[in-house]
Design a binder for this molecule. Structure first.
Ligand code: OXD
Ligand code: MN
Length: 605
């Protein structure tokens, strides 16, 4: 099984604290998955979907109090409070462990403790890492088998090496005759706690997504960002895509966008310009390291997609729809009368009758959403028809460009190129987005979400920016170019100016060509924008005035933004890297001088 000297004692220690009735080491096999899925069906957690419509797939309905990540219950328990920084909830690690130890005591009574050895990244990849999650949730085991690589092969690769310890309990012991429920949780006492110095995660009370599938946000972002800082690499909330031009040239780019801003759609898009091809390497997380040639190489540490279901359709993401045709776990979607799933936006016309995510009858026009807005699909990445052949290359793929983006109805133009890494890091530090349903909280509010890492950076955000700047110093002119994009700009009447989805390839083509010195740009106070007429809009019905508006530098809007960035930076006090302060001052000066005409740049400028 395992010769690892610290793994067995740790599992024993957890078992004596949580007091499960049984301990089971997961081998990751199909038969194990089938057995657990059958158990979940018997328990009412899973509904098996119609085999002829959605083979080997299940629908789970969560407790209505457990439907999203809970940022206010997420903690970075670094030894020093100042290392967590102002954007994280901090708690003293000893205090947190004492508190959670009380909650964990006996929390698995009447349940099985599952041990899930898992690899983030292809097993044995020099960029990958190993974690072990112990959990009392078979739903989590099934999901982790899709989202990561689990089982004996991971233990073999681990040998006696280090691993990230992830302790998870839903906090619903079956003691003293208490009956089980389909979605056990302890919603009043949720805690998602990270201990960066000891590389541990302790999660209690929730069975949902990023709170419970600990390979994802907890390890691959919060703990990994700390490892990356210490070891000189980057762990980022980024998709990875492969772009092939009509002449067969290939580039890989990554993109950081806040949760539910369309990363999955972008990563799998069907380009509308003839001859261009887009393939997916990853849709949510990228680990980037310098290769021997000095360039940054990225792997997707995950093995599956945990995508937001509402809005996904054959019209806007056929590749995702194909990827979820079988072997998929759906959570909080609606159930059709013929045993399939449905969600808002899947078809133009909703079915005449559904069972909604709460298990109630639903008919169109009843005023309630049929699927929970953060309902999800969990599907193997290998099922995506446009998965890139190199998506499991242990050495990763070389990155030419990094996108930053968010959902902004105004101010931020369609695309803006940073002339250098330092300004690109600055742009990353100020990206903002209108809030979505991926996290609990008010939808629509604007929040600054630096590098789309606000909920995921495991240490002080200003130190994280310093680390980015440092990486730029090390990588020099081999670093990827950085772009700030916005697919969501609207006109004064609230009409979207850009169609998005497959049409975004027009922006990607400009970026691709810029990386090769083959597309014109104009220098503006905020960065390099496409020179009017250089975006390939052939065959696309975008009015000239709309194109101008999409690329307009809203000087007043940016000056207002500068003021809010000053406030945003003020939160970080003197830990803000001086280089970013200088970039902010430079931006403000250029904006104030913005009445001067713009300067045309050549193809390589
Ligand atoms: C996600 C998220 O689930 O960012 O990917 O919330
Ligand atoms: Mn995400």
């Amino acid at each position: 099984m395992t010769s690892n000297k610290s793994l067995l004692p740790w599992v024993d220690e957890v078992a004596s604290l949580c007091q499960p009735s049984d301990v089971r080491w997961c081998d990751g096999s199909e038969s194990e998955y089938d057995e657990l899925a059958a158990m979940l069906v018997a328990n009412g957690t899973f509904t098996k979907l119609n085999e002829s419509k959605r083979p080997n797939s299940y629908l789970a309905r969560s407790d209505p109090a457990d439907v999203a990540r809970v940022e206010e219950r997420t903690f970075i328990c670094s030894e020093r409070e100042s290392d967590a920084g102002p954007t994280n909830n901090w708690c003293d690690p000893t205090e947190m462990k004492e508190k959670l130890t009380r909650l964990y005591r006996g929390s698995m009574r009447g349940r099985t403790l599952y041990v899930i050895p898992y690899s983030m990244g292809p097993i044995g990849s020099p960029i990958g890492r190993i974690g072990v999650q112990v959990t009392d949730s078979p739903y989590v085991v099934c999901s982790m088998r899709i989202m990561t690589r689990i089982g004996q092969a991971v233990l073999d690769a681990l040998g006696n090496g280090d691993f990230v310890r992830c302790l998870h309990s839903v906090g619903y012991p079956l003691a003293d005759g208490r009956k089980d429920v389909p979605w056990p949780c302890d919603s009043e006492n949720k805690h998602i706690s990270h201990f960066p110095e000891t590389r541990e995660v302790w999660s209690y009370g929730s069975g949902y997504g990023g709170n419970a599938l600990m390979g994802k946000k907890c390890f691959a972002l919060r703990i990994a960002s700390v490892l990356a800082r210490d070891e000189g690499w980057l762990a980022e909330h980024m998709l990875i895509m492969k772009i092939t031009s009509p002449t067969g040239h290939i580039k890989y780019i990554t993109g950081a966008f806040p949760s539910a801003c369309g990363k999955t759609n972008l990563a799998m898009m069907t380009p509308t310009i003839p001859g261009w091809k887009i393939e997916t390497v990853g849709d949510d997380i990228a680990w980037l390291r310098f290769g021997e040639d000095g360039r940054l190489y990225a792997i997707n540490p995950e093995a599956g997609f945990f995508g937001v279901a509402p809005g996904t359709s054959m019209a806007n993401n056929p590749n995702a729809m194909q990827a979820i045709r079988s072997n998929t776990i759906f959570t909080n979607c609606a159930l059709t009368d013929d045993g399939d799933v449905w969600w808002e936006g899947m078809t133009d016309q909703p079915p005449e009758h559904l069972i909604d995510w709460l298990g109630n009858d639903w008919t169109p026009g009843c005023g309630r959403p049929a699927a929970q807005p953060n309902s999800r699909f969990t599907a193997p990445a290998s099922q995506c028809p446009v998965i890139a052949s190199e998506w499991e290359d242990p050495h990763g793929v070389p990155i030419s460009a990094i996108l930053f983006g968010g959902r902004r109805s105004g101010v931020v133009p369609l695309v803006n190129e940073a002339p250098n890494w330092r300004y690109g890091t600055f742009l990353g530090s100020i990206i903002s987005s209108e809030k979505t349903a991926a996290a609990a909280g008010k939808v629509g509010e604007l929040r600054i979400d630096p590098m789309a890492m606000l909920p995921f950076c495991g240490y002080h955000m200003a130190d994280y920016w310093a680390h980015w700047l440092d990486m730029g110093e090390k990588g020099g002119d081999k670093m990827p170019r950085i772009y700030y994009v916005n697919w969501f700009r609207k006109d004064a009447n609230g009409r979207p100016l850009w169609p998005g989805f497959g049409q975004n390839c027009r922006v990607l083509k400009w970026i691709f060509d810029r990386c090769d010195g083959q597309a014109d740009a104009q220098q503006t106070p905020i960065g390099n924008l496409p020179l009017p007429g250089t975006l390939d809009l052939d065959g696309l019905a975008v009015a000239k005035a709309d194109e101008e508006e999409l690329l307009r530098v809203d000087t007043q809007g940016w000056l207002t933004l500068v003021e809010s960035i000053k406030q945003h930076y003020a939160r970080f006090g003197d830990r803000i890297p001086p280089a970013l302060e200088q970039e902010l001052t430079g931006l403000a000066q250029r904006l104030r001088a913005a009445t001067k005409p713009t300067k045309k740049l050549g193809k390589t400028g």
